[in-house]
Design a protein around this ligand. Structure first.
Ligand SMILES: CC(C)(COP(=O)(O)OP(=O)(O)OC[C@H]1O[C@@H](n2cnc3c(N)ncnc32)[C@H](O)[C@@H]1OP(=O)(O)O)[C@@H](O)C(=O)NCCC(=O)NCCS
Length: 274
């Protein structure tokens, strides 16, 4: 692990998955150890330690076609407002610059205050929703298994670049599945506190809502989804069905726009993955 001056920023390895999980758990986030392992093995994750304790992280996850996602920007409560997040995100941006990558992120309101001054510009907005009401699984409700290859193609069309590595890794995890219903499809995976639905691709709002209904009828939750705010009918439909809006996320971009997505997803893979 190489030390990077001047504030003891380290590049982390897969062995740091548990320590990363402690930080995301402190923030109340839904990532599990598998998520951290993915960032640490596929991305570049920087951290700051106080002795042996990991107190801050930020990850850069390179995707395809000159794009990357920044996420897992976490500073433990007693180390905040010392400029640590800013320095960690700067370290990610340095790597991105060297590799010629446009970087994206989905910011919490606190994160937006850090990223704006660094030069990130806002793009679309998301809403994180949670379904807390326990749902009775209804075995009679049929839900087809979707094909991962089809999901990968539809996701690439919605993002403007390929994420087959990410989606294949998600789908290979125990507890994951690709669900499909008429023209809609979604990936469902385990999180630390809730099952996560996304990405969700559909041609129309009614198809997207019908798929959500089928998914939550087919197994027990609790559930999380990160809906694209521009799909207001979808968002309203979820709220009418008992989902609660927990928090906004602001998608932001640093660097030139490299992509022109054909169709917005109804829900994303998660703010940490885009
Ligand atoms: C958001 C977070 C990463 C900031 O970490 P940090 O190390 O305290 O951030 P910095 O010290 O680099 O802050 C830089 C600037 O951002 C702004 N800022 C940071 N946290 C803020 C907050 N909670 N509210 C308002 N502005 C904030 C301030 O302008 C700050 O400069 P200042 O301290 O000189 O006023 C940290 O509060 C955290 O881990 N929060 C929980 C997880 C989270 O929301 N992560 C962001 C995900 S997108």
């Amino acid at each position: 692990m190489a030390a990077i001056e001047p504030i003891g920023i380290l590049e982390l390895g897969v062995d740091d998955a548990q320590a990363g999980l402690v930080l995301s758990t402190e923030a109340g986030w839904n990532q599990n150890e598998a998520d951290w392992r993915f960032f640490l093995s596929r991305g570049v994750v920087f951290g700051v330690r106080d002795g042996i304790r990991l107190v801050a992280t930020a990850a850069l996850l390179p995707y395809s076609a000159g794009n990357a996602w920044i996420s897992m920007v976490l500073v433990t409560a007693d180390f905040r407002r010392r400029g640590i997040a800013t320095k960690l995100v700067d370290a990610c941006l340095d790597v991105a610059k060297r590799r010629g990558l446009t970087t994206w992120l989905d910011a919490t309101p606190a994160g937006t205050s850090v990223y704006g001054p660094l030069g990130f510009i806002p793009t679309l907005q998301l809403r994180r929703l949670r379904l807390t009401k326990p749902q009775e699984a209804n075995a009679t409700r049929q839900l087809s298994a979707g094909h991962l290859e089809v999901l990968v193609v539809r996701d690439a069309s919605a993002m403007g670049f390929d994420r087959s590595t990410l989606l294949s890794e998600f789908a290979a995890r125990s507890g994951s599945r690709v669900a499909s219903d008429a023209q809609a499809m979604a990936l469902i995976r385990d999180g630390r506190t809730a099952r996560h639905i996304g990405p969700l691709l559909a041609d129309r709002t009614d198809q997207a809502l019908a798929l959500i209904d089928a998914i939550i009828s087919s197994e027990t939750g609790p559930w999380l989804i990160d809906a694209v705010h521009a799909h207001d009918e979808f968002l309203n439909g979820l709220v009418r069905s008992g989902w609660n809006i927990e928090r906004p996320f602001q998608r932001m971009r640093f660097g030139p726009a490299t992509v022109s997505p054909a169709q917005l997803p109804f829900a994303v893979a998660g703010p940490e993955f885009g």
